[in-house]
Design a protein around this ligand. Sequence first.
Ligand code: WQD
Length: 336
Amino acid sequence: MVQKILLTGGAGFIGSHTYVALKAAGYEAVILDNFSNARQDVIDRLEIITGAPVEHVVGDVLDGALLDRIFSEHAIQAVIHFAALKAVGESVDKPLDYLNTNIVGLYSLLGAMQRAELFSLVFSSSATVYGEPARLPVDETAPRSFNNPYGFTKLVCEQSLEQIAASDDRWAFGVLRYFNPVGAHETGLIGEDPNDIPNNLVPYIAKVATGELEQLSIWGDDYDTPDGTGVRDYIHVMDLARGHVQSLDALLASGAGHVVNLGTGTGYSVLDVLRAYERAAGRTLRYRIAPRRAGDVACVYGDTQLAEQTLGFKAELGLDEMCASSWNWVSRRKNT
Ligand code: WQD
């Protein structure tokens, strides 16, 4: 029997790419999204990519009655929970929105799953729970902390899932700690599509490359890193999507939960990324050195062994492919 999965926030950047990967792996899927950070036409573009209608519901995970209706109308076997707010800076400005959407939203979903007797959940977490790791590469046993409301919500959600799983062995959680997802599907029909000025590095560079923004501000070049700029573990969004499929496969096959890093294990600096993007776009991109951004850490990249041992997951795409796929996406969008 084909297994059907609910993707909350499935119209978003990671969710839409995971939808494509799930369909390619033979799963059926239903998207629930309030479209607060996604364009409605992503559904049409997903239908072009997958060659089939995309079942979707417009709504919010905080709406328990809607979730009950979805679980009664669709034979869902598991849920992948993407629906959350994820901008660090915005979380400082709107902490209550973040606590409500990210924490209460998860509890609303878990309550509806329990009412429907569904106990398999893949949860979108983040390397942000590691703060500034004492040791690199950072592995899953590293201490967790937070230094902004967004990071706080991710930590509280992880600890909540731990408590539930420890008390009730019907539950199985796949907790995936993303490093820095970038890039786009090879068709260039879906990609990262921030509503306003991007907070994150690659979508900002992309808008410099298309001419929508004038220059990149590099937040600090005096870090203790090879070229002084911040180092991160960038992972291609299609590798990340595949990681979700492998997490789901493992959950449904074994009923056992896991907490794993989804990264490449390689750190690249801001300047490395800028140069890679220049190669992808075939043009020089303007930048200036600006003061450090509050809350930034110097260097983070992940230990990928546990994901490989537990899920058989290993990232395959490199920085040049990430930038080339991003450039293909943004240059297509600008021309449409
Ligand atoms: C990367 C590097 C910046 C923008 C955040 C969240 C994390 C996850 C991904 C949700 C840093 C530098 C950036 C710019 C710059 N989000 N930079 N100029 O901060 O590693 O992670 O987004 O899950 O939880 O914390 O990503 O892309 O913002 O920054 O110099 O205009 O690029 O200083 O070194 P970050 P980022």
